[in-house]
Design a protein. Structure first.
Length: 486
């Protein structure tokens, strides 16, 4: 029964299963052009009775892959806890799965740094969306054909057919997008926050009510059956029956045709669904393959007969069971639910970036006391690529206070302005860079800095053959040109 209507069974996909998962902690410490990366990782299966981590053996293949990315001298372990460390510039190691980059742009006035890393997930979500939407269309086609088999002779059937072919087809896709969105919200939430679960349930119920699949008064029954081991069969049967009666145009109190008897209970509804599936071309193909396998385990197969005669019958394959009709839509449902909602089998990832001060831009959480930026979330296990990638990033700037005080009399270029300046400085060719830095080295506090910087120009030789002709002064000196009001 729970395969009948994914629109009404989306909640049933919220399955919590306990199994081992990997835990990764990445500690990052930038040092100018390089960033130090320390990785701690282990496999766990919950906690022991005394509250300690129940360590499991880490995958030997993944362990070997991680170790190959770090200097051998940095590798160590404490029992089932493993450690690796190294210093990197530019591209970061693909130790957990994904891709990452660290960039540092130094200049005379300071530097700007950028950290960005994707962990696992699939960047080609457009292809996955196409697959899910195709599955939604296939499910709508099945529901349409099933309804015609059971109810095609009813006077109000054309209205039911229009609903299944338009509204339901669209709603299947919209519900899939809701599950997709909230599964990513759950993964991104820190420390297993349950808020996205409540958000999904509220949004899903709102959608079902607005689109007339449920009524506000169904909430108590829905809650009771949802908490009963996620058993929603009775509720779904009630909702499907009410929906069909409404779309066939039957008024309250009007006798219900005998053709709707299969909607009276979950078992009858399931039997009707499986009866329909046996009429599909897909099931006929399964029967054909099954009969071929049967031949291999019958006297019509010479090898089978010979084994019987010679007493080697133990070598004969056992007769295969008749195919389950639900196998017809098994892959279609798998394509539709390409989302693992709230799975406890996901791996756990924490990243800590040590910084002297709060970054300018980031999607992490700043700890002012520890001077570090932190991210924590779950990621899908290695080898899977269903979800959106976990994306972490940060941008920060560190002024050279000694240089700026010596030449400007104060720290003039900071924060966003220093990022702009550092990127601008990185675009200069060697001749331009030399001329500009010579000019900066000649500046002293108390001089008319505004006038001198405004009048600076690169020589013709410096600009010759250059792709860029950078404006002078760069926008980063806005603090000098737009001093704060007294």
């Amino acid at each position: 029964m729970n395969r009948l209507l994914p629109l009404l069974l989306a909640i049933s996909a919220v399955l919590l299963t306990g199994c081992p998962n990997n835990n990764y902690t990445v500690d990052l410490t930038p040092h100018g052009p390089v960033i130090e990366r320390e990785l701690t990782f282990f496999c766990e299966d919950g906690k022991t009775t005394n509250g300690q981590i129940n360590y499991q053996t880490f995958s030997s293949n993944e362990l070997a892959a991680i170790n190959a990315l770090y200097p051998r001298s940095s590798l160590s372990n404490d029992g089932q806890r493993h450690f690796a460390a190294g210093s990197f510039s530019g591209k970061l190691p693909d130790d957990i799965g994904g891709a990452g980059y660290y960039s540092n742009f130094p200049s005379a006035l300071g530097s700007a740094s950028f950290y960005s890393e994707r962990f696992r997930g699939d960047d080609d979500q457009a292809a996955r969306l196409d697959l899910r939407f195709h599955a939604a269309d296939r499910l709508a086609d099945h529901f349409l054909a099933w309804s015609k088999l059971e109810l095609g002779s009813e006077p109000g059937y054309p209205n039911l057919r229009r609903f299944l072919d338009t509204d339901l087809r669209s709603d299947l896709k919209n519900v899939n997008l809701l599950l997709w969105r909230y599964s990513d919200d759950q993964a991104a939430s820190s420390n297993g926050d349950t808020a996205p679960v409540a958000d999904l349930l509220a949004r899903l119920f709102q959608y079902l009510v607005e689109h007339h699949y449920a009524n506000p008064g169904d909430l108590p029954a829905g809650f009771a059956q949802f908490t009963d081991n996620l058993n929603t069969d009775r509720l779904v049967t009630t909702l499907v029956r009410r929906l069909v009666v409404e779309k066939l145009g039957l008024r309250p109190g009007q006798p219900v045709p005998a053709s709707l008897a299969f909607l009276n209970n979950p078992a009858a509804l399931q039997a009707s669904w499986e009866k329909y599936l046996t009429t599909t071309p897909e099931y006929r193909h399964l029967l054909w393959e099954w009969r071929k396998e049967q031949l291999a385990s019958s006297y019509l197969n010479p090898a089978y007969a010979w084994n019987k005669v010679t007493g080697a019958s133990s070598r004969n394959p056992a007769p295969p069971p008749k195919p389950d009709p639900n196998k017809v839509v098994e892959q279609t449902f798998a394509d539709y639910f390409q989302i693992e909602l709230f799975s406890s089998s996901d791996d756990v990832l924490a990243v800590n970036l040590m910084l002297p001060h709060q970054p300018l831009f980031s999607n992490g959480r700043w700890d002012d006391f520890a001077h570090k930026l932190t991210w924590k979330r779950t990621i899908e296990p290695a080898g899977k690529s269903l979800e959106w990638p976990a994306q972490f990033y940060a941008t920060w700037a560190e002024p050279d206070a000694a240089f700026q005080n010596e030449h400007f009399g104060r720290v003039l270029v900071v924060s966003n302005d220093l990022v702009i300046y550092s990127l601008w400085s990185a675009t200069l060719n060697p001749r331009q860079s030399q001329e500009w830095n010579d000019f900066l080295n000649g500046l002293r506090p108390g001089e008319d800095l505004l006038s001198r910087i405004s009048s600076f120009t690169f020589s013709a030789a410096a600009n010759s053959g250059s792709i860029t002709n950078p404006p002078v002064p760069p926008p980063a000196f806005r603090a000098l040109f737009n001093p704060p009001s007294p």
